[in-house]
Design a protein around this ligand. Structure first.
Ligand SMILES: [Zn+2]
Length: 257
């Protein structure tokens, strides 16, 4: 499988080959432009597709034949929506994963406590969820991630082990920060796009089309559409013979450090 290292080796080899070819046979200039464009496209794919495993392996689903799926909610906790999600999960006896933002847990301590108290998994989704997080140095990224650990630990006495990259973006700096911080990076196999899709039926149909053994669904606490479709979605999952289990249990991962 192509990753950042093997791609660099491949492209340096192709570049050297083109240069040798240029001396011997004369290689047209557009060959270099094609190489640069293909390299940039692959780099873009590697950064923005969380399941590419381009820079670092990111766990995105479980390899299983069992009819199990995991639900995950990013960017909370927030007043209103997170409580509604918790109520729906409770009503249906389902456990989920919450990849929380540190600054939001300090603002919503009671809700955060409730997430933990009701048996859900909590993962690190940075402290700041800064728009330019992907541009940070590895050192600054790690400091941000550890700030979230500290905030969480001060409230529930546990330190997260699982980390979900903001926007699903990975790069060489994040790889360094993840390794140094000893986190387990976790992605998803189904991005609901619930921050964009406002139509409930459309979102519901998109999500149910991706139900398969071992799937990890990505939702956001901030999405009113997710809050609205969640009861029907869980019902549909159950009616199709699937069990909803906690992400760390489905993926067999250590939840806390
Ligand atoms: Zn996020």
């Amino acid at each position: 499988m192509l990753n950042f290292r093997s791609m660099n080796i491949l492209f340096i080899s192709l570049l050297l080959l083109s240069m040798v070819g240029e001396i011997t046979y004369g290689v047209p200039f557009y060959v270099y432009i094609i190489l640069a464009v293909v390299y940039s496209l692959l780099l873009f794919y590697g950064c923005y597709y969380v399941g590419s495993n381009f820079f670092i392996p990111v766990i995105c689903s479980a390899k299983t034949d069992r009819k199990v799926v995991a639900l995950s909610f990013d960017d909370g906790p927030i007043a209103g929506n997170t409580l509604q999600i918790l109520q729906t999960l409770k009503d249906n006896n389902a456990e989920a994963a919450f990849f929380c933002i540190g600054s939001r847990i300090t603002q919503n301590k009671a809700i955060f406590n409730q997430i933990h108290y009701e048996g859900h998994l909590i993962g690190n989704h940075t402290f700041s969820h800064h728009f330019w997080f992907d541009m940070f140095s590895a050192k600054r990224m790690l400091a941000d991630m550890r700030m979230m650990d500290k905030a969480m630990n001060s409230i529930i006495g546990k330190t997260p082990k699982l980390f979900r990259p903001p926007y699903g973006v990975t790069n060489p700096n994040l790889k360094k920060a993840i390794i140094e911080g000893n986190y387990i990076p976790v992605g998803w196999s189904m991005r609901s796009m619930d921050t964009v899709i406002k139509d409930e039926k459309k979102l519901f149909n998109k999500v149910i089309s991706k139900i398969k053994p071992g799937a990890v669904f990505l939702f956001h606490d901030t999405s009113n559409t997710t809050v609205a479709i969640l009861p029907a979605l869980i019902k549909h999952i159950h009616e199709n013979g699937y069990e909803i289990i906690r992400l760390d249990k489905m993926l067999n991962l250590q939840a806390y450090a």
